[in-house]
Design a protein around this ligand. Structure first.
Ligand SMILES: [Fe+2]
Length: 186
């Protein structure tokens, strides 16, 4: 877990918009031992490259607790088959923080994550795959690996994943760090 945390912190280190989040990065290490839980979307990790932060994630993936915030009533069963996240830092993750949350989101090829919003400000950093992102009222725009996406508090956002599965690191700051997003579209 320490290697993954170091790689994640390093990945965000060059992202200017992530600086206020990194300023809250907890000093203490792992304090919660979580039972590993896998999800159907985790099978796509095998299709993602090794090396760098992605390699660190793949090395740790089987020991992580993979979770879902939504149920079948939100975006349907097909969405749940291609969606999951794991929290590294936060109210629930192995490293405790009440100031920030940090983890990774996985989305299978072809997944559409409809518009949603939350009180926390958020920075996404794709580490594998190409997705289209929609922020606020703007149209969908392609986001490449290493290209950070910032959602200020309550900015609606949506994602569409193409032929490659997506892995994207996230940071949350402010608001309820364990809140379920408000769904704005389906
Ligand atoms: Fe979000």
């Amino acid at each position: 877990m320490q290697a993954l945390l170091a790689a994640v912190r390093g990945a965000f280190a060059g992202v200017a918009v992530a600086a206020p989040f990194l300023a809250e990065w907890p000093e203490a290490g792992v304090t919660r031992i979580l039972e590993p839980v896998t999800l159907p979307v985790c099978r796509w990790l095998a299709a993602m490259p090794d090396g760098g932060v992605m390699g660190a994630l793949k090395a740790e993936a089987q020991r992580l607790q993979w979770r879902q915030t939504y149920g079948a009533g939100d975006f349907g069963a097909a969405f749940l088959a291609g969606y999951g996240w794991s929290e590294f830092i936060g109210l629930r993750g192995p490293v405790a923080s009440e100031r920030i949350a940090c983890g990774v989101l996985l989305l299978a090829p072809g997944t559409v994550y409809p518009a949603h919003a939350h009180a926390a400000a958020e920075v996404y950093l794709p580490i594998s795959g190409v997705a289209e992102w929609r922020r606020g009222d703007a149209g969908f725009g392609r986001v490449a690996v290493g290209q950070a996406v910032h959602h200020p508090s309550w900015m609606p956002h949506a994602m569409r994943v193409g032929a490659e599965p997506l892995a994207a690191l996230y940071l949350w700051r402010g608001g309820d760090l364990a809140a379920k997003s408000v769904i704005l579209g389906r």
